[in-house]
Design a protein around this ligand. Structure first.
Ligand SMILES: Cc1cc2nc3c(=O)[nH]c(=O)nc-3n(C[C@H](O)[C@H](O)[C@H](O)COP(=O)(O)OP(=O)(O)OC[C@H]3O[C@@H](n4cnc5c(N)ncnc54)[C@H](O)[C@@H]3O)c2cc1C
Length: 395
């Protein structure tokens, strides 16, 4: 049997599902193929899902800012909740990074981001549990926060299907051939798909999948370890805290938990040749380091180590050489939305729009040229305008 569709999406993570929703909203017939039995069970499922606009690359700030506003009205737009908690986002720096934080904040304000600089004496009003002795300056974005990954991806998938998009789970592609202006695809179960447009939303699997389309997508999985401890204080709500002094980020997790991730490039060196079969367990050294960072930043971490560690696990950042996404439309109507390098969750609502507009032949109102694939061959890798001493291109 041959399925004829206008758009074939490969990959049913957050990107694929957001794109499917936007295509379905535009009445473009869509088939999404996902190799797992459910959507969003890979990188998306392990995401911190933090939403904020703070970056040093202006084009990324603008995308993140537009997406943050979309998350705020997600339920009105999609018809389902994404579990967004608008708790705010605070960045802490020491003396060495004050000028960088000021420059970034000025740039963010130029783009209309709601953000203010806070002196150390004012931080306690926002996060009473925090220690600020080593903090020289902070910035605060009240609109930032975090969402629930499975609710977000589930909302997009459900609404896309209700609007007519077709989903094939436990399914992958076997081969692809350009015939005239469209693609003839054979799925692993033998089904044939004929599609004008192909969208690659394959995250960490993009190098392998790109080969079917003769494209070299420089996306490498890098192992990132996450630790969840009991929350400091008496379980009060807290904003997301990006500690650019100790190179860690903290956010509340569930009832009384605190998610700790690393912003230290030296912790993000374990590049894997392929994403499958990676070690999903966190190392003891990484757990101890995360707990230590929490102790340096918060007045008291409740409980006794290790019983105050609720869980620890590993995810894979889908990284490109400059830690910036590849968002592009290539010859043969191939659309690429991969390599989000730890920034993808927050961007998903606008990525859906950008790709769906490209498929519809409508110019996007976002500035995405900088994220083209050819930048690597052209030697035009993306750089932060104002880079922090230690966090460097993670911001
Ligand atoms: C630990 C961690 C914390 C993070 N925290 C944040 C954060 O706080 N904020 C933020 O903005 N971002 C964060 N990110 C990044 C963000 O989660 C990712 O960028 C985003 O989830 C990527 O979504 P995706 O759909 O591109 O990839 P995925 O979710 O990996 O989806 C890709 C899908 O493609 C499918 N697939 C692959 N190959 C094939 C094939 N051949 N056929 C069919 N299907 C295929 C896979 O099964 C998978 O479901 C974090 C990432 C990690 C690892």
């Amino acid at each position: 049997m041959t399925i004829t569709t206008d758009a074939l999406i490969i990959g049913g993570g957050l990107m694929g599902c957001s794109i499917a929703f936007q295509l379905a909203e535009r009445n473009i017939s869509t088939l999404l193929v996902e190799r797992n039995a459910l959507p969003g069970k890979e990188t998306t499922a392990r995401s911190g899902a933090i939403i904020r606009a703070h970056y040093g690359v202006p084009e990324l700030v603008k995308l993140a800012q537009a997406a943050n506003l979309r998350y705020l009205r997600f339920e009105d737009e999609v018809g389902e909740s994404c579990g967004f908690t608008q708790c705010g986002y605070i960045v802490l720096v020491d003396d060495g990074d004050v000028s960088v934080l000021k420059a970034n904040t000025a740039m963010h304000r130029d783009f209309g981001v709601d953000v203010s600089l806070i002196p150390p004496s004012g931080i306690g009003d926002i996060v009473p549990t925090i220690m600020t002795d080593d903090v020289a300056l902070a910035s605060y974005e009240p609109l930032g926060g975090y969402a629930n990954p499975s609710m977000t991806v589930g909302a997009y998938a459900k609404r896309a299907e209700q609007l007519g998009a077709k989903f094939r789970y436990n399914s992958t592609i076997e081969s692809a051939k350009l015939v005239g202006s469209g693609w003839e695809i054979v799925l692993a179960n033998g089904e044939q798909v004929s599609s004008e447009h192909v969208i690659l939303a394959t995250g960490n699997w993009s190098q392998g999948v790109g080969k079917h389309f003769h494209i070299d997508l420089p996306v490498s999985p890098i192992r990132a370890q996450i630790v969840v401890t009991d929350r400091p204080g008496n379980g009060e709500h807290m904003p997301v805290v990006s500690d650019l002094i100790n190179l860690a980020y903290f956010r509340e997790e569930g009832e009384g938990g605190m998610w700790i991730g690393s912003s230290d490039m030296s912790d993000l060196q374990e590049k894997l040749p392929i994403p499958d079969g990676f070690n999903e367990k966190a190392d003891i050294a990484a757990i101890e380091k995360a707990v230590q960072k929490a102790k340096l930043r918060f007045k008291s971490l409740p409980g006794v180590y290790p019983s105050n560690v609720q869980r620890a696990f590993t995810g894979l950042y889908e990284t490109t050489p400059d830690w910036q996404p590849i968002i592009d439309q290539l010859p043969g109507n191939i659309h690429v939305a991969v390599g989000f390098s730890g920034h993808g969750f927050k961007l998903a609502p606008v990525i859906g729009d950008i790709v769906a507009d490209a498929v519809a032949g409508k110019p996007t109102n976002q500035e995405v040229d900088i994220f083209r694939l050819s930048r690597f061959a052209e030697g035009k890798q993306i750089k932060s305008q104002h880079s922090y001493q230690r966090a460097r291109f993670l911001r």
